[in-house]
Design a protein around this ligand. Structure first.
Ligand code: AGP
Length: 607
């Protein structure tokens, strides 16, 4: 969603700000803007559309060594130049960019208007600029704090005032803000990708903290003027990881990175000697692990689907009752916290509001919630009671791919750990580890045949509706396949457990609605084949994904794609890859914006 960048230092701020905004594009946005300060003057430039549209309206040779920039994903007010950030107070001096939602803006706006303030936009954010302007005498930091103390809602903000040149005030409450510490220059950003090309030294701000930066240093305080000492941390991501490196799209690159991502997620966590796993970040003793009676996994979108796979696995092999739940629902049904229940909050970005707020609600009621996150230092990672990083490396494409594989890898490791404390024998443990370790090479085999999937996509991309059908542990994979297809190709797709189609969806089947069936070998294969026959009998076209050497499915399906054989509980890893590639190639065939599909944001920081 919205992105923030701020800079003060010796460089021309325009270049740093525009580059930062380009790197934030992946988050999803509809307009953008910058404010550049030069001595005691500030110039604000805003534009609906993409960063390239903004670039075109930035006058050549605009000078300035400090400034702020923003990518907006509209919540309050339509998408236009005026509603784009940054926003200014009446005098045009106090300039702010804001991520989040100000809940009491209507009342504040009314009061400020009565006091003579004139508003230009329909946004909730503009009220912040006017409020700071109201309180400003000669110290920007003081005025920002006064304004923040009466705001209700969430914010990550940056603010400048050319009367105090080369200074930026930043603050956070519910929307991330990170400080980048350079050599004689300082940065503020909503995520590290915006500043990683300049510095890898960062300070993560916590809710309630305010930072004042100048080129030569920074000072962190809370709203009550208490000084807060912050540690400077080091980002391990490399710049090349957030660049396309010759690939046409980040999504293609990230799909192909999955074997390496899985190896990283496994690395250092398998103990072959005892055929078990070690997940240090969980911070749970053996006794505590043995006392777990139930597991609940919360997440959204793809992360929820990964949680569904995890839940199936934990229940079937570790024999622990486990349920996945959509995070946005959990908070509002007043959940009962049962004894000895372990919760996982699973989120690639670690910033998804639905998951974060559900986690806080659980913690408020006394639950232990562990995070499964990709982004180091993200809010869920910091606020959870322990957890595991998936180490996928940055995921830039809006459609999540490698994070899914890495998330489920973590659950396969956790299931191994718990199972080996219960029923799983040493030999079974070794076999399980061998299967897990074999996945990256088997994924590479699928990639070598990806042209076959491209041809299938070219054949099916022009259909308007599709069903994705699987069973057992592969049912969430069918849901994930449908989500991927609709996200980036805009083809209407739904994922079901294959038996469920008889209860309604089969009414959709005719020659215009193809179905993608997941039919690997294993105990449920014959059941899925029966469902395929039901679809075939109604003239539905079928793409079947099955296992190499299995010709039985080909007699029913119109098209078949074969994946390598593996132990049946590991098929989610191998089935999801052709589905990701299928949606990628469908989107290409339809000329869609693969990495930044319409209306979507990478990290959904509002409810
Ligand atoms: C996945 O392709 C989607 N972009 C979306 O469903 C995503 O998985 C969801 O918003 C959750 O994000 P998170 O993992 O960062 O919490």
């Amino acid at each position: 969603m919205c992105g923030i960048i701020g800079y003060c230092g010796p460089k021309q701020a325009v270049e740093v700000l525009v580059e930062g905004l380009k790197r934030l594009e992946y988050r999803g946005y509809d307009s953008a803007g910058i404010a550049v300060g030069f001595k005691n003057e500030v110039t604000v430039i805003k534009k609906k559309g993409k960063i390239k549209d903004l670039r075109q309206v930035i006058p050549d040779g605009i000078k300035g060594n400090y400034g702020i920039g923003h990518t907006r994903w509209a919540t309050h007010g339509s998408v236009n130049d005026i509603n784009a950030h940054p926003h200014s107070g009446c005098a045009g001096k106090i300039v702010i960019a804001h991520n989040g939602i100000i809940e009491n803006y209507t009342g504040l706006k009314e009061i400020l208007e009565k006091e003579g303030h004139v508003f230009k936009s329909e946004t909730d954010s503009e009220v912040i600029a006017h409020l700071i302007e109201k309180y400003y005498t000669d110290d920007l930091e003081k005025a920002v704090k006064e304004a923040l103390s009466i705001l209700k809602g969430t914010y990550g903000i940056v603010c400048i005032n050319p009367d105090e040149p080369d200074r930026i005030i930043g603050a956070r409450n519910g929307s991330p803000l990170v400080l980048g510490v350079g050599d004689g220059e300082m940065f503020l950003a909503s995520d590290v990708t915006a500043i990683i090309s300049h510095t890898k030294q960062v300070v993560y701000l916590e809710d309630g903290e305010v930072v004042s930066i100048r080129p030569d240093g920074f000072k962190t305080t809370d709203l009550n003027e208490n000084r807060i000492e912050k540690d400077v941390e080091y980002i391990s991501w490399e710049l090349e990881e957030i660049e396309k490196n010759g690939f046409s799209h980040f999504m293609e690159k990230e799909i192909l990175e999955q074997p390496e991502a899985i190896k990283r997620a496994i690395s250092g966590r398998v103990i072959t000697d005892v055929a078990s796993a070690h997940l240090g970040g969980l911070d749970l003793t053996t006794k505590e692990l043995l006392n777990i009676e139930r597991v609940k996994i919360i997440g959204a979108g793809t992360s929820y689907h990964a949680g569904m796979v995890g839940a199936y696995l934990l229940e079937s092999i570790a024999r622990i009752p486990c349920v996945p739940e959509i995070a946005s629902e959990l908070r509002y049904r007043n959940p009962i916290i049962e004894r000895n229940t372990l919760y996982f909050a699973i989120s690639q970005s670690g910033e998804t509001a639905d998951t974060l707020y559900a986690m806080r609600e659980l913690q408020r009621k006394g639950a232990t919630v562990l995070g499964v996150c990709n982004v180091v230092g993200s809010t869920i990672a910091r606020e959870s009671d322990g957890g595991v990083y998936i180490h996928s490396g940055p995921e830039i494409a809006v459609a999540s791919t490698k994070a899914f594989s890495s998330q489920i890898t973590v659950f396969y490791l956790f299931a191994l750990l718990l199972s080996r404390m219960r029923d799983m024998s040493y030999e079974q443990g070794i076999d399980y580890i061998d299967n897990l370790r074999s996945i990256p090479a088997k994924m590479d085999e699928i990639f070598r045949k990806r042209n076959e999937i491209k041809k299938l996509a070219e054949k099916y991309a022009h259909y308007k509706d599709m069903l994705f059908l699987g069973k057992g542990i592969n049912y969430p994979v069918a849901m994930e396949g449908a989500l991927k297809l609709k996200e980036i190709s805009y083809i209407h797709a739904e994922g079901y457990t294959s038996a469920e189609i008889k209860h309604g969806p089969i009414a959709l089947i005719n020659e215009e609605t193809p179905s993608v069936f997941l039919v690997p070998d294993g105990g449920l294969k014959e059941k899925v084949i029966s469902n395929m026959k039901e679809v075939k009998a109604r003239e539905g076209k079928i793409i079947a994904i099955t296992v190499e050497g299995d010709d039985s499915v080909g007699e029913i399906a119109d098209d078949v794609f074969m994946i390598p054989k593996i132990n049946e509980i590991f098929y989610p890893f191998l089935l999801v890859v052709p589905l990701q590639l299928f949606s990628y190639y469908c989107a290409l065939e339809l000329g869609r914006d693969v990495d930044q599909p319409r209306n979507l944001a990478k990290s959904v920081t509002v409810e």
